[in-house]
Design a protein around this ligand. Structure first.
Ligand code: NAD
Length: 259
């Protein structure tokens, strides 16, 4: 990608500060959230058009207890999964900029809270990606742990099953994502926190930084002397300690990274 100046942000002190911090860093640790994928047509949860902003009731569908509580609940969850816009989404300029950052050897680690697989589709490698909340592209059995492609379960839905059981043990299937009430993978969290502790620069993109424990990456990085850049459409709890850039991620991120 060619060097260009983003004239719309040329006078924004936050933008200039963030661009300088990012350009001077030899390596960057990145944390992304749902906001990086909204320009691909996948709504976030807490943004102005977020799923939970529009329907606060929807938050309860994200808890494991609710999911396991009845077959009726799961039938609704499977219908929503099948209709998720992520199945037809393409990576946007924000995802592509982060893939280019890795190609140029400047990405230390990409930690994402997203479950849509778009960072991999954009070209980031599995080696440098941590999907802390899992992936919707796989399904797992809560009883025996069997894991397989979500596509196979969606095919069974299309064939008429409403709450498809595990083909091995008959247990309850769910998407391979972390619901409220479920533990995160310890290795993923350690990798993310270790990267934050060692970071020269931590870049947070499209996240409200309200989901813990992963939001702790920010205070961990700050406590070890890292600089923090936040690109988000709305305020976050850490804005006072960071260089903050507002605006649409897919529009500002490539220029901000000097791509
Ligand atoms: P969030 O919904 O809490 O916050 C997203 C933030 O992004 C908001 O503050 C919003 O203002 C900002 N934003 C949205 N679109 C933007 C844009 N185009 N430009 C600039 N800013 C923009 O998201 P979160 O912090 O990632 O946490 C929500 C949880 O929901 C995560 O745990 C994640 O697993 C899950 N989730 C994932 C997806 C996905 O995979 N695409 C979608 C929705 C929710």
């Amino acid at each position: 990608m060619a060097e260009r100046t983003d004239h719309r942000h040329g006078t924004d002190p936050g933008y200039e500060q963030a661009r300088r911090i990012l350009s001077e860093a030899s390596g960057i640790v990145v944390l992304t959230g749902a906001g990086v994928s909204t320009d691909s047509g996948i709504p976030d949860f807490r943004g102005p058009d977020g799923v939970w902003t529009r329907d606060p009731e929807a938050e309860k569908y994200s808890s494991i207890d609710h999911y396991l509580s009845s077959s009726e609940v799961r039938k609704g969850a499977w219908r929503r999964r099948a209709e998720n816009p992520a199945w037809h989404a393409e990576p946007n300029a924000g995802h592509l900029a982060l893939a280019e950052l890795e190609r140029r050897g400047r990405l230390e680690l990409l930690v994402t809270q997203n479950i849509d697989g778009l960072h991999l589709r954009a070209g980031n490698s599995r080696e440098r990606l941590v999907e802390v909340h899992g992936t919707m592209l796989d399904a797992v059995c809560v009883a025996c742990g069997r894991r397989g492609p979500m596509r196979e379960v969606l095919d069974r839905l299309e064939a008429g099953e409403e709450d498809p059981p595990c083909p091995d043990c008959g247990g309850i299937l769910k998407s391979a994502t972390v619901l409220f009430g479920e533990a995160l993978d310890e290795r993923d969290i350690h990798r993310a926190f270790d990267a934050a502790a060692a970071a020269e620069v931590l870049l947070c993109v499209g996240t409200s930084l309200q989901v813990f424990p992963i939001a702790r990456m920010v205070p961990i990085a700050l406590s070890q002397g890292a600089q923090v850049v936040i690109v988000n459409g709305e305020p976050t709890p850490y804005d006072d300690d960071a260089a903050v850039v507002r605006g649409s991620i897919s529009e500002v991120l490539p220029g901000l990274l000097g791509l």
